[in-house]
Ligand binder design. Structure first.
Ligand SMILES: Nc1nc2c(ncn2[C@@H]2O[C@H](COP(=O)(O)OP(=O)(O)OP(=O)(O)O)[C@@H](O)[C@H]2O)c(=O)[nH]1
Ligand SMILES: [Mg+2]
Length: 142
């Protein structure tokens, strides 16, 4: 299905200087980048983004980490974009993530796991509207 998804390079990915490698992995797939920006997430936005995890024991660490430095937000579009990008990221826990995935290759810690990726089309639309204004997203790029 033709759809959009949201990928965010978390503060550890930016600090490790692997933005270029992550972008090149994305570009190897038949997906289009229709928006991309670097920004610092506020605590308020972090709480909106991680609403589903509020109250869990790892919640506070998750929020503190995501606001600890700049991130890169990227909107991708194409056939089965959500699944393709989830597979590119690898399993949530880097110890279980396979080599060849972003987390499998670069992450060691479940909090510092390099990227966020939307888990469904619905989450993608919610996350995109949390992080981007409509005017920041390209239309009809084909
Ligand atoms: N310490 C800890 N952190 C967790 C745990 N489960 C999830 N997290 C963190 O919370 C983030 C969001 O969790 P999920 O949405 O369930 O996982 P995910 O969809 O693979 O990861 P994201 O793409 O970052 O949303 C993860 O990326 C982890 O950093 C856990 O059991 N322990
Ligand atoms: Mg998630």
């Amino acid at each position: 299905m033709f759809e959009q998804t949201f990928l965010m390079i978390k503060p550890d990915g930016v600090k490790k200087k692997i933005i270029g490698d992550i972008l090149s992995r994305i570009e190897q797939k038949e997906l289009d980048i229709i928006a991309m920006k670097m920004f610092q997430i506020t605590r308020e936005l972090a709480e909106i983004h991680y609403e589903e995890h509020r109250g869990k024991e790892f919640y506070e660490d998750l929020i503190k980490f995501i606001i600890s430095g700049p991130v890169i937000g990227i909107i991708l579009e194409g056939e089965d974009a959500v699944k393709i990008i989830r597979n590119l990221a690898g399993k949530t826990n880097p110890k279980e993530a396979e080599y060849g995935t972003i987390r499998g290759d670069y992450a060691f810690d479940i909090t510092k796991n390099i990227v966020h990726t939307s888990d469904s089309r619905i989450s993608a639309q919610r996350e995109i509207s949390n992080f981007f204004k409509k005017t920041e997203i390209l239309n009809n790029i084909k």
